[in-house]
Ligand binder design. Structure first.
Ligand code: NOJ
Length: 522
């Protein structure tokens, strides 16, 4: 496990804890369930897993509302289960990155309870409380999920700030105790052997201290943080420089990954300057359609902004907050085909790749009846936004409904009957399945220096296609993606892998292939 800077070319597999594997039959995934599936992840060929929050939480935002940062929610297991999971993962050569949520706590966190119970309590200063204006809240800031970002504390007549749900009060990072406590929280988990942290809302911790109004009208943007002047404050970088020092004091290579939600990679780059975070999610591809020029533009923008600061790009096509990829790409057979091609694109791009559980199975977004929805986005927007439940339906392992090997009980969200054909068991038996394609690609990526660490160069190709070379030493791997062009001739070299059967050396639209060549010694 001593690979220097392993994260620069890693494939990190995101596990939405409540949806991966349920060991105790309560219908919710848990840590022992994850532990039992580690051999699957090893065999799939990923390098690390990222666990979404498993801390004690009332679950208003399914764990992103933390009531205790240094324990495990009993629904997900115990600290002993966590330790056993780390030990097993490390035994298999898999690293474990955990989510940390420093922007806000749960309204049930003892700090916030103290803050509400007594305006003089020292814990009140950990949060952003302010008196209202003549009518209503202290300023015009909206919550990311609809309605104002302020809720009245009736006891004191002041308002408290929450960029997300009212059950997620924002911490005031100008207060030294907040900063000091989070350093202890990081150490607690580093001492237990975690390989790093995924930092939630990493750009948001500090807000404009003067609480000035935002300019109206507020845009409706895919990246809801782009327009906010109140966040992305310079002080936040001092926190990450301190965290870097903490992580670096531990043996091994502990990684810090920031969720920095701006659409312009140039605004993300300062977070990954030397001495700050190692990586930041690059969400640009999440918001591009299946269009060669748009994808090429996103890749170029990301690479050049990060090159300016010497940082490694990351690539994300799915996570627990966005619609599943095959559905975004049109759904049905066409969406599935494009998603397979995109998998080869993704796994050939230079840098660190994030895969979301179920992405390897090509799962589609699930249409759920409104009465089963649980996401606060659905409720806070009164149904105007459906929310994220459709990408959080548990992972199907075997063919038996209703639990599909995820649970022996009743899954917390119903799993579609047709997932009997999409489950791991079925896909293992089918050499052409999405799972087998991902496994083959991951195996090749692991074995190829060019794919992991090689240089990157676009090659000339027909409009509607993307062709690039990754080169290391004598080895060159070419990735050709026919997004929407006429059939594309396979590049020369030894064929490695394709997302569809290649007939007559032509790649049809909606397919991709990898080819390798080796320079002959002079
Ligand atoms: C980003 C997380 O990915 C999302 O699931 C969560 O709701 C928000 N941050 C708030 O914590």
């Amino acid at each position: 496990m001593a690979d220097a800077e392993w994260w620069r070319s890693a494939v990190v597999y995101e596990i939405y804890v409540r949806s991966f594997a349920d060991a105790d039959g309560d219908g919710l995934g848990d840590l022992p369930g994850i532990r039992s599936r580690l051999p699957y992840l090893k065999e799939l060929g990923v390098d690390a897993v990222w666990l979404t929050p498993f801390y004690p939480s009332p679950g208003a935002d399914h764990g992103y509302d933390v009531a205790d940062y240094v324990d495990v929610d009993p629904r997900f297991g115990t600290l002993a289960d966590f330790d056993a999971l780390i030990a097993d993962a490390h035994g298999l050569g898999l690293r474990v990155v955990i989510d940390i949520v420093p922007n806000h706590t749960s309204s049930e966190h003892p700090w916030f309870r103290n803050a509400l119970s007594d305006p003089e309590h020292p814990d009140r200063r950990r949060y952003v409380f302010a008196p209202g204006r003549a009518v209503g809240p202290p300023n015009n800031w909206p919550s990311t999920w609809g309605g104002p970002a302020w809720t009245l504390d009736e006891g004191s007549g002041e308002y408290y700030l929450h960029l997300f749900a009212p059950e997620q009060p924002d911490l005031d990072w100008h207060h030294d105790a907040v900063r000091a406590d989070f350093e202890q929280i990081l150490r607690f988990w580093l001492d237990r052997g975690v390989d790093g942290f995924r930092i939630d809302v990493a750009h948001g911790l500090y807000k404009d201290e003067r609480l000035r109004d935002e300019v109206e009208p507020f845009p409706v943007a895919a990246f809801s943080f782009d327009w906010r002047a109140a966040i992305d404050q310079p002080e936040v970088h001092g926190v990450y420089r301190d965290w870097r020092g903490i992580a670096d004091a531990y043996e091994g290579e502990r990684v810090l990954v920031g969720e920095v939600t701006f659409s312009d990679p140039a605004r993300v780059a300062p977070y990954v300057r030397p001495g700050e975070l190692d990586l930041a999610f690059n969400f640009t591809l999440l918001f591009e359609p299946w269009d060669a020029e748009r994808i090429r533009g996103a890749v170029d923008r990301s690479r050049s902004a990060l090159a300016e600061v010497g940082a490694t790009p990351t690539w994300v096509l799915e996570n627990h907050d966005v619609t599943r990829l095959p559905t975004r790409y049109g759904g049905g057979r066409e969406g599935a085909r494009r998603a397979r091609a995109a998998a080869l694109l993704l796994l050939a791009l230079p840098g660190c790749v994030f895969l979301y559980a179920g992405q390897e199975l090509g799962l589609e977004e699930v249409e759920l009846p409104d009465e089963l929805r649980q996401d606060p986005i659905f409720f806070r927007t009164r149904g105007a936004r459906k929310g994220r439940d459709g990408c959080r339906v548990p992972v199907p392992w075997t063919r038996e409904a209703p639990g599909f090997g995820f649970t022996t009980g009743s899954p917390w969200l119903p799993m579609p009957a047709e997932w009997a054909g999409a489950c791991v068991e079925a896909q293992r038996e089918d050499g052409d399945s999405s799972l087998e394609l991902h496994r083959a690609a991951l195996t090749l990526r692991r074995r190829s220096n060019a794919l992991r660490r090689g240089s990157f160069e676009w090659l000339e190709s027909a409009p509607g296609s993307l062709v690039f070379a990754r080169r290391a030493g004598a080895e060159t791997v070419v990735c050709a993606v026919n997004v929407g062009a006429e059939p594309l001739a396979l590049p020369g070299g030894e064929f490695l892998l394709a997302s569809e059967s290649v007939i007559g050396k032509q790649l049809p639209a909606g397919s991709a292939a990898w080819v390798v060549s080796r320079d002959r010694p002079e």
